[in-house]
Ligand binder design. Structure first.
Ligand code: FAD
Length: 445
């Protein structure tokens, strides 16, 4: 089925599930003493907030069928945005109730004499949700490491959902009809199934498909390339530019799961090796990865992602890489060579200098083998005597090299945030339509 059609179906389902509780409540609400309009709006806001929260799980479960039309990084971004939107709806719920005359003390102070289990669970849900979103937005500023944050993020999310559900059930007005009971049951089962799928089924499935380190070699630019071979299975096929979660640790349940782009050629035979090039940045990439030895076992959860030239057919390509952002583009170039793809491709590659240029020699060899490839290194801290481009990749440099038909090319960009931001300004200003630009951000969380 066409990706766009699948995308529309998933969006439709998402919208349907958000609006289902409020729609059902409107239709089958018990004819108890009518509540004020403000109270009904407050309840509606609470229901929408709750459905949004429940569906937050669905957006990050790496469910292939849902990832394919959008890309996991886009879903992750959507998950981040919708979390804040859910908080808005959930906060609106008590605020509107208080405005309509409900005693504020019972909601704000869980220990006040008028507080009961219903207000206390609501209070807990809101406070933990604020904590959950605050620690996600400001994780880096708060210096919280990714792994512990991920554990608490999951626990907080469960507490939010569970306490909100208890709150809804205790209030009872919208759980007293059979139809509404079915709706809430569906939501509870959905959340449970997603957790089982993501946290139990997927790791169990991966467990039977370990990978073995064949080689771990140092690369220019303070990086290591891991060459992995499937251990007792046929591995996987992937599109050039996609990524996998590399799971190191004793089992695939390990928290050490990092998204890394495949850097090797994509068109491999079943059982073929797959490579990843990882820049030393933190504990995992700087300590764990360099210490991996041939024969070590790990797991891959993949392939994932939509950053691939295979999904972006064009008469030619412009690849723009910053630092280790070269990895998915290097995979695409090798795949083009293998396929004897002769469409023109320009690679703008921003790095400090030739010493730190990951794949310097390999790219030089590729340029010799591919008449259709032009590489334009841009050095921010150039070597002495360097006569090429310097500084950062910018509009003036792009303009100098782009061929006449550049508006009909596709642009694939991968690098640090400043490069992506600069290109998102430079390309439209050169008249390149946004629809021709695809980017991959390495910092999706
Ligand atoms: C789609 C995608 C593809 C990537 N491909 C590559 C690649 O080919 N080569 C490469 O060197 N890097 C790649 N990265 C970046 C890489 O995932 C991080 O640099 C790496 O996880 C850093 O982990 P660390 O613990 O060593 O560093 P830390 O200093 O602990 O982390 C640096 C930052 O990386 C992010 N990060 C850390 N751990 C994780 C995790 N488990 N999951 C998600 N994000 C995390 C966080 O935002 C964190 O703040 C990619 C990222 C994404 C999203």
């Amino acid at each position: 089925m066409l990706l766009i059609v699948r995308g529309i179906i998933w969006y439709g389902l998402y919208l349907f599930l958000i609006l289902l509780p409020i729609g059902m409540a409107a239709v089958v609400a018990p004819a108890r003493a009518a509540q004020s309009f403000l109270v009904e709006v407050a309840v509606g806001a609470g229901f929408i907030g709750f459905s949004l929260m429940a569906l937050e799980f669905a957006l990050i479960t790496r469910f292939e069928a849902a990832d394919a039309p959008f890309g996991e990084d886009s879903l992750q971004l959507f998950h981040n945005i919708m979390g804040t939107v859910a908080l808005g709806f959930i906060l609106a719920h008590p605020i509107l109730l208080i405005l309509s005359g409900y005693p504020a003390a019972c909601w704000i102070n869980p220990f006040s004499s008028c507080a009961n289990l219903s207000t206390q669970t609501a209070f807990l849900s809101v406070v933990i949700l604020i904590l959950l979103i605050g620690t996600s937005i400001w994780r880096k500023q708060l210096r919280i490491k990714y792994e512990p944050w991920r554990v608490f993020h999951g626990i907080f999310a469960l507490v939010v959902i569970f306490s909100a559900l208890v709150h809804i059930v205790i209030i009872g007005r919208y759980t007293s009809t059979f139809a509404m009971q079915v709706v809430w049951l569906i939501y509870s089962v959905l959340v449970l199934l997603l957790i089982v799928w993501y946290k139990i089924w997927t790791p169990l499935n991966n467990w039977e498909r370990p990978w073995k380190v064949l080689e771990n070699r140092e690369e220019r630019g303070d990086a290591h390339t891991l060459v992995l071979e499937p251990d007792g299975h046929k591995g996987f096929s992937f599109l050039p530019g996609q990524f996998s979660w590399i799971i190191t640790g004793k089992t695939p349940f390990s928290l050490l799961q990092h998204p890394i782009s495949m850097s090797s050629m994509a068109d491999i035979e079943p059982g073929g090796t797959v490579s990843f090039t990882i820049k030393s940045l933190g504990d995992w990439s700087g300590k764990k990865v360099p210490a991996l030895k041939p024969g070590d076992k790990l797991w891959l959860d993949g392939p994932h992602g939509v950053f691939s030239m295979d999904r972006e057919q064009a008469m030619g390509y412009v690849f723009i890489a910053g630092g280790v952002g070269i990895t998915p583009l290097y995979s695409m170039l090798q795949t083009m060579l293998e396929r004897e793809d002769v469409r023109p491709v320009l690679l703008f590659y921003g790095v400090a200098n030739s010493e730190t240029m990951t794949y310097r020699e390999e790219l030089a060899t590729l340029a010799e083998q591919m008449d259709n490839l032009q590489i334009i290194p841009v050095f921010s801290d150039p070597d002495e005597g360097w006569g090429g481009e310097t500084g950062f990749i910018r509009e003036e440099i792009l303009k100098k090299y782009l061929p006449k038909q550049y508006k009909r090319f596709k642009y694939l960009i991968c690098g640090p945030k400043p490069l992506m931001d600069a290109m998102e300004e430079a390309l439209p200003s050169l008249g390149v339509p946004r629809t021709r630009v695809l980017s991959e951000r390495f910092d999706m969380v």
